[in-house]
Design a protein around this ligand. Structure first.
Ligand code: 9YT
Length: 168
């Protein structure tokens, strides 16, 4: 029974009180670009319809931030997705993405875009799985080349584009 209990999580919209926990999750992930605590608090206020947290035992253990692109409202840009190390392997990231595209505000979404570094295989697999689940093609694009970033520390951010998603 405990094993099942340990894997149970709920997904809800993020709120400003989740901001610092999200900042800590991203900081600990070791894979993502850590934005300021202010950025996460602001996101949960002004992009609240497309920022979700996964909660387990009252604690945020995963989160996804996204927004509908102002110039292309049918395209959802997934900004960051992170799950705490201790809670991997329970399908939390898959569930966050599925819940995100199922949000009321995303009912007209036909494309999902994200950028992923070439070495971030778990993230690439995650979007490949989402594409299969949506029955939509997945294409790679330019994204943001490493040369756009200061110094030598950043990887290429290759664009992943899923769609067209034919809404049933
Ligand atoms: C989908 C995802 O997590 N992308 C990360 C983009 C970038 N490296 C960031 O952390 O914001």
């Amino acid at each position: 029974h405990n094993a099942i209990e340990a894997c149970r999580f709920t997904i809800r919209k993020a709120n400003v009180h989740d901001g610092k926990r999200i900042w800590r999750l991203v900081s600990e992930s070791g894979r993502l670009d850590v934005n300021s605590p202010y950025c996460y608090i602001m996101l949960t206020e002004y992009f609240k319809d497309t920022c979700l947290v996964a909660e387990m035992g009252g604690e945020a253990v995963g989160f996804v931030s996204a927004f509908l692109q102002p110039a292309k409202p049918e395209t959802l840009f997934v900004w960051q997705i992170a799950v705490s190390d201790a809670h991997r392997g329970h399908g939390i990231a898959d569930s966050l993405l599925s819940a995100l595209v199922a949000e009321e505000c995303c009912r007209r979404v036909r494309f999902v875009e994200a950028t992923v570094s070439p070495d971030n295989r778990p993230s690439k697999r995650l979007f490949e799985k989402l594409a299969r689940k949506l029955g939509a093609p997945l294409a790679a694009g330019e994204g943001f080349a490493a040369s756009l970033f200061p110094g030598e520390a950043h990887e290429d951010e290759r664009l992943i584009r899923i769609g067209p998603i034919l809404r049933h």
